[in-house]
Design a protein around this ligand. Structure first.
Ligand SMILES: Nc1ncnc2c1ncn2[C@@H]1O[C@H](COP(=O)(O)OP(=O)(O)OP(=O)(O)O)[C@@H](O)[C@H]1O
Length: 252
């Protein structure tokens, strides 16, 4: 097997007495698309925050492409090849959709990655078209709908062809017709060498996109299996307290 692109070793995080991540160990191979599942409050976003440098873990290690990035600040983790999106993306009020894409990493408050030249213009046009945002290219990014902001944040994260892309509920608020296009775009990104870790409650999306899922419950990793095996996994069914994780249903 290829060396893992992402390796988590005993990752832990507590908020006061609340152990939110409890020794998470997992590895993801280059080009894999892995779903990160679990009931509300199970620790999924905290895990993404600990991987991406938005939160320092209390213990354990995170390695990306062989480099130990444990505890590094977010901008250095970005430099190591990680891009991420947030559950509720916020966009600057004074920039248009197109300008946000041209400026690059607005989440880090930086215009360092400013793209210039015809090739870059072409790349931005391509992203706007791919994510069905061409018609709102000149609108302030903050005026976009929640779903359009989600699409813009995924476009922005993909712009730099990251080694690892972590998505936090990428389809929430996105028009159902665009979900299958997002699957196509993300699959293509994986073929081009980006590894994906995706938090998502829409099980149909997960089944269509991911080859593997890891499942958290109360801060512990309780399953690591193919999406179609989830509903047969007693620990997963128990974690969701009987709520369906079947095809087409939403798991929360
Ligand atoms: N900064 C924080 N301070 C204190 N507690 C926190 C903090 N961030 C998260 N938590 C708690 O950690 C637990 C896990 O939260 P987290 O957001 O990681 O869960 P999640 O699985 O992403 O949930 P959801 O599916 O609802 O987004 C929750 O009980 C939450 O209240």
């Amino acid at each position: 097997m290829a060396d893992p692109l992402l390796q988590l070793d005993g990752l832990s995080k507590a908020f006061g007495a609340h152990q939110v991540l409890d020794g998470i160990a997992a590895s993801i191979a280059p080009g894999e698309i892995v779903g990160l599942l679990g009931p509300n409050g199970s620790g999924k976003s905290t895990l993404l925050n600990a991987i991406s440098g938005f939160l320092a873990p209390d213990g354990g290690a995170v390695t990306i492409a062989g480099r130990d990035i444990t505890g590094l600040p977010a901008h250095e983790v970005t430099r190591a090849g990680l891009a991420r999106t947030f559950q509720l993306p916020s966009m600057p009020t004074r920039m248009t959709t197109r300008e946000v894409l041209a400026a690059g990493d607005v989440s880090a408050g930086s215009a360092r990655n400013m793209l210039r030249g015809a090739a870059q213009d072409q790349r931005i046009d391509q992203l706007l078209e791919m994510f069905r945002l061409s018609h709102v290219a000149k609108l302030p990014a903050s005026a976009l709908s929640g779903g359009q902001k989600k699409l813009l944040s995924v476009a922005l994260a993909l712009r730099g062809a990251p080694k690892l892309l972590c998505l936090d509920e990428p389809t929430a608020g996105v028009h159902p017709e665009l979900r299958s296009e997002m699957i196509t775009i993300l699959r293509r990104a994986a073929r081009d060498g980006t590894t994906l870790l995706v938090i998502e409650h829409d099980m149909l999306f997960i089944r269509q996109l991911c080859s593997r899922c890891i499942v958290l419950d109360r801060g512990q990793l309780i399953a690591d299996c193919a999406p179609e095996e989830l509903e047969k996994n007693a620990a997963v069914v128990e974690a969701y307290l009987g709520k369906s994780v079947e095809k087409g249903k939403t798991a929360r």
